[in-house]
Design a protein around this ligand. Structure first.
Ligand code: BJW
Ligand code: ZN
Length: 304
């Protein structure tokens, strides 16, 4: 994967994330087959998620959920957060062992932190890039690929920066918080592929002289151009809105559920835990997404 990334020349960086994903997909093969080679990973609770009971025998799915999703012409919006990648081994932010456990967000995920200590910020992101390079989409990501093909109007919005939805095969997820595997200039915004900082020598700089940084959205920063507008548009006309694996505390992503509610959509929360916004939802599925989304898909007859 790294070799492939290194062979990309600076002149053709515009579609870099897309091409990087294509290269990784070609290297790892089909999403579903790939996961099936990891035996008894999550169903018996022995995998890194560690939040399942030892044996999960039955999954109860509210009838209203199945009813809301039974029409394949329903306008469906799915908004995901870190929880959808937890079963892949990507740490969440605010769970007990999440990324914020030992560090305050403003120490690392703000422009002020980068201005204060860019080396420290880079170190943290390089560590996380290392994790992302080794992980694979899980059955939750894969199920959403099937849903994208099944429903005639389907929009996937994610706060995640790990690119796993695209790696699974989702065609055009709206990535609200950018992509950790790519970089951009902190001054002029020019995209700069996977350029990083290995902790030695000079910090990477753009032709304009500005520091290069990870291509993610930090607190206090605007979301990528058009991402929020596209999301609002899809959510406003959604008939079913699913919030999957997010604590629902970070704005403006958190407002999407509220907008869906006020637009009359049926709201479903997929999360093993209660969240601060659970009260808004019409139905909740209190299971890990990698287990319950495929279970819903099976009950609806959504084909492989
Ligand atoms: C599972 C599971 C399993 C576990 N299956 N589930 C209005 C009011 C108050 C504040 C603000 C406001 N508007 C804006 C703000 C400020 C700020 C904000 O929201 N602050 C709040 C925290 C108070 N927002 C911003 O600054 C945003 N910009 C903005 O609004 O610009 C306009 C503006 C600018 C200036 C002034 C005013 C307006 C930008 C937000 C950027 C967020 N960036 C981060 C870091 C990205 C880069 C990186 O990765 O390092 O994005 S923060 C971090 O949180 C990351 C995530 O995408 C985001 C959301 O986290 P998420 O996905 O919800 O994860 P967790 O860990 O919180 O939850 C995981 C959930 O999964 C849990 O519930 C588990 O139970 C569950 N789970 N296993 C299913 N197997
Ligand atoms: Zn620049």
């Amino acid at each position: 994967m790294l070799m492939a990334a290194a062979s990309i020349t600076p002149g053709c960086l515009a579609d870099y994330p897309t091409r990087l994903i294509r290269l990784r997909r070609a290297a790892i093969g089909d999403c579903g087959r790939l996961w099936s080679r990891r035996p008894s990973y999550d169903l018996v609770g022995r995998g890194p998620i560690g939040i399942l009971p030892p044996v999960m025998k039955t999954i109860e799915i509210d009838r209203a959920v199945l009813h809301a999703l039974e029409n394949r012409r329903a306008r469906v919006v799915v908004s995901t957060g870190a929880g959808v990648s937890a079963e892949s081994g990507v740490p969440t932010f605010r769970d007990a062992n999440g990324l914020w456990k030992n560090v305050r967000p403003e120490e690392l995920a703000t422009p002020e932190a980068f201005a204060r200590d860019p080396r420290r910020v880079w170190e943290w992101y390089e560590y996380r890039r290392g994790v992302v390079r080794t992980v694979l989409p899980n059955p939750g990501h894969c199920e959403l690929v099937r849903w994208e093909r099944h429903f005639s109007e389907f929009t996937l919005i994610t706060q995640n920066v790990d690119g796993l939805h695209r790696l699974a095969g989702s065609v055009q997820p709206i990535e609200l918080h950018g992509n950790i595997m790519t970089s951009r200039c902190h001054e002029c915004g020019q995209q700069s592929g996977e350029i990083g900082f290995d902790g030695t020598g000079e910090l990477p700089r753009c032709q304009c002289g500005g520091l290069i940084r990870p291509n993610v959205v930090w607190f206090g920063e605007q979301l990528p151009a058009g991402a929020l507008e596209k999301s609002w548009e899809a959510v406003q006309s959604a008939e079913v809105f699913l919030s999957v694996g997010t604590s629902g505390v970070v704005q403006p992503a958190a407002s999407l559920a509220r907008l869906a509610k006020s637009s009359g959509a049926f709201l479903i929360e997929v999360n093993p835990e209660d969240t601060e916004v659970s009260y808004m939802f019409d139905a909740v599925l209190r299971y890990p997404s990698g287990i319950v989304l495929p279970a819903v898909g099976r009950r609806l007859g959504i084909a492989e």
